[in-house]
Design a protein around this ligand. Sequence first.
Ligand SMILES: Cc1cccc2c(=O)nc(N)[nH]c12
Ligand SMILES: [Zn+2]
Length: 371
Amino acid sequence: EVSITKFPADERKIIAKAHDKYKKARAGIINTRHGQIHTPAFMPVGTKGTVKAMLPESVQTTGADIILGNTYHLMLQPGAKRVFKLGGLHKFMNWSKPLLTDSGGFQVMSLSKLRKITEEGVIFNSHIDGSKFMLSPESSTEIQYLLGSTITMAFDECTPYPSTYEQAKSSMELTSRWAKRSRKAFYSRDGYGQFGIIQGSIYNDLRLKSALDLIELDFEGYAIGGLAVGEGQELMFKVLDYAPDLLPINKPRYLMGVGKPADIIGAVQRGIDMFDCVIPTRSGRNGQAFTKYGVVNIRNSKYKEDNTPLEEDCLCPACKNYTKAYLHYLVKVKEILGAMLMTWHNLMYFQKLMLRIREYIAQGKDFDFIS
Ligand SMILES: Cc1cccc2c(=O)nc(N)[nH]c12
Ligand SMILES: [Zn+2]
């Protein structure tokens, strides 16, 4: 057992795995100002201060310890200063457990129409009304402070895939300079943390340089960025075969934007502790349910008279009180309750997967199951 201080006031126990294939898998607890995070952990995405179609108390019943918010969206509407004046994001959205906010650069690149990357930061036009904004390591870090994030992400540039070695190198070097400025701008408090994000695309020497630059800044945790950007599972795992080992063994490792159950299992086996992905919520709203029998596309007409639940032993309201026929109908007629029940089931499914993974690691058992 290795126990180390993660967030200032806290301890984290890592139970190293004996089994060779799983020796990098670890189960632990991150203690923060807003409560514990059991890892490996899946973080539901609550982009605009809400996990879409869910009440925060419903998210809590699924077993989620922490949810994500987004700097980009919240700075545009309702504005970080306003959220701060109203008591911070925890109070605003009635979520008292840990909150992690992404730093906004990734969202600017994927959402805003016009943008310009300079050494200072990213200048962009809001995708809502076209008004001009700037996000920099300093402003992103300040916005996350105003929101009251438990875990603040450093301001990075997500290197697109594919990128040439030169493109990936200069992008990674910019991220290292921005990480230094982010770290300097961070107001550190007990039980709060800031995570650095390593880049370097698929090039192992760039990944190493990125890790060395960020380890010098002594972040409370580290994220692996620049994956889940179209490289595919095989290449992602190839990077994950070495990248997590470049990071301090005694700090949380967060793989951003991942992923499907099989991606999560493979990444845990390679030493990742934290995940976030829109798949359970977005696909739930689109009528896809994750079950132990595989993904159920509830809109398929074969379910229109299916009087059985998605999963007979699932404790979520969709499975306890309703049938696939009813869910099929709700989603077909675009009733809001359809989005709610499908989302609730998928979030419960992802949290059950994480719980089983944590239990298997703690018992020293293999967890190759594709749940
Ligand atoms: C959300 C997300 C997904 C995937 C990759 C990234 C990344 O590289 N950097 C940031 N800040 N966020 C990411
Ligand atoms: Zn269910």
